[in-house]
Design a binder for this molecule. Structure first.
Ligand code: ASP
Length: 429
């Protein structure tokens, strides 16, 4: 049985059991599901453990084999333009849909008061976290690590990427006697990391089951009900971005069949969905893009870790819809100028969101503060949507990683690659 099928079965099983526990108020079942969640969390740690060695080694090998530093600059420039462009499109889709679907927030005073009562304290704690989060200028300034080892131990992706590319580029200009042993070493690290991923992925279906059951059991149908319009606007937006933007990019820029592409990346989407983390999914994202899609190591080792860190189309789209929804409930319609501001802030803010669970809702506060009048309390807004955030986080993370893989294919094609999985039959003459 394929990995995708196993993960899908685990997912469905987890959802069904979670729903049963929630709807029938079976405390013992809910408690058991929450208890086995530990296994899922441990699995996330296991796969996250591979991220730093994998990213550092594959980026050093990738950059060193590009050979030419101007190529690094060119690929970097194209990737940034593509990432920012598609993110802005995602925000626009979110705004257009919100204008159509969220005309009236559809919440009774009672529901509002209930949500505020339940989530206000947590909303406030997100606001406090946002105040400690670095702003865009600090993020940019922090790209150069004073101590690369410290950056690795803190999981600071951008400084790690900067150091590895710089190191790989420098390595490429050394003579073969000095370059080869170092390169061989990192190729070995990369190979071992790949084997680790293959082993860890064998446990993925069990982990997915453990992760999903608890979420459904905890945040069952009742919160979903009251936030139906908001939640479905986000999900519809994510689907539209996938179907319109990514399919067009795959078809016209990467010249690949979007349906075949999406079929090959299904397992990655499910793992992203279950872990809510682009970072934890990154090892699988890299492996699938190279082995199944056929993008070269040079491109994937650069485009994908960068994407997991800064390219969050799903997050940006969700931030646009959430801002429009919160505004609708608390202050009413937003002007066109304010909405234009959301395109800018949500695009830039999503760069600052880390690829970890719930990063998006913390960064959302930046967008909210830009869009709402100063007298409106951001914590009150966050309190409204916190109940369904975990589920939407799963959906947006799936889109985030799909965006990264699509970008890798587009950039590879623009560099003249053939994009064929290793071992694929050459086209008949
Ligand atoms: N969880 C998302 C990710 O890792 C970020 C977010 O919270 O939107 O891609």
């Amino acid at each position: 049985m394929q990995l995708y099928t196993k993960i899908m079965i685990a997912l469905i099983l987890g959802v069904v059991l979670g729903l049963v526990a929630n709807l029938l108020s079976l405390g013992w079942l809910a408690d058991s599901l929450v208890a086995i969640r530990q296994f899922g969390e441990a699995w996330i740690d296991l796969i996250t453990m591979v991220v730093i060695p994998l990213v550092v080694a594959s980026l050093i090998v990738g950059t060193a084999s590009l050979g030419d530093i101007t190529k690094v600059g060119r690929i970097g420039g194209k990737t940034m333009v593509y990432y920012l462009g598609t993110t802005a499109v995602a925000v626009v889709i979110g705004l257009v849909l919100s204008n159509i679907m969220i005309r009236d927030a559809g919440m009774s005073e009672e529901t509002l008061a209930g949500l505020r009562g339940t989530y206000m304290a947590e909303g406030q704690s997100r606001v406090d976290m946002a105040q400690q989060a670095p702003g865009l200028v600090e993020v940019l300034r922090g790209i150069i690590p004073r101590n690369p080892i410290e950056a690795m131990s803190n999981f600071d992706m951008l400084p790690i990427l900067f150091f590895s590319v710089f190191f790989g580029a420098s390595l490429s200009v050394l003579g073969a006697t000095k370059r080869e042993p170092v390169l061989n070493f990192f190729e070995g690290v990369n190979g071992a990391a790949t084997v680790m991923i293959q082993w860890i992925m064998k446990l993925a279906p069990y982990a997915v089951f453990a992760l999903i059951g608890a979420v459904v059991a905890q945040f069952g149908a009742d919160v979903l009900g009251s936030l139906l319009v908001y939640g479905s606007t986000v999900v519809l937006g994510l689907l539209l971005h996938l179907i319109l933007t990514y399919s067009a990019a795959l078809r016209f820029l990467a010249r690949l069949n979007p349906i075949t592409f999406l079929r090959k990346v299904r397992a990655v989407q499910l793992v992203a969905f279950s872990t809510s983390s682009s970072n934890a999914t990154l090892p699988l994202t890299i492996e699938t893009t190279e082995k199944e899609i056929g993008v070269s190591r040079e491109i994937s080792s650069f485009v994908l870790p960068l994407g997991a860190t800064i390219n969050m189309d799903g997050t940006a789209l969700y931030q646009a819809v959430a801002t429009m929804f919160i505004a609708q409930v608390l202050v009413g319609d937003l002007t066109l100028a304010t909405q234009f501001g959301i395109v800018l802030t949500a695009t830039l803010a999503s760069i600052g969101a880390a690829g970890v669970p719930s990063a998006g809702i913390i960064i959302l506060i930046v967008v909210l503060q830009g869009a709402l009048p100063p007298n409106v309390d951001a914590a009150a807004g966050i309190a409204l949507i916190l109940g369904v955030d975990r589920i939407l986080d799963m959906c947006r993370t799936s889109l985030n990683v799909t965006g990264d893989m699509t970008a890798a294919a587009v950039i590879a094609r623009s560099e003249g690659e053939r994009i064929e999985p290793p071992g694929a039959m050459p086209p008949a003459a």
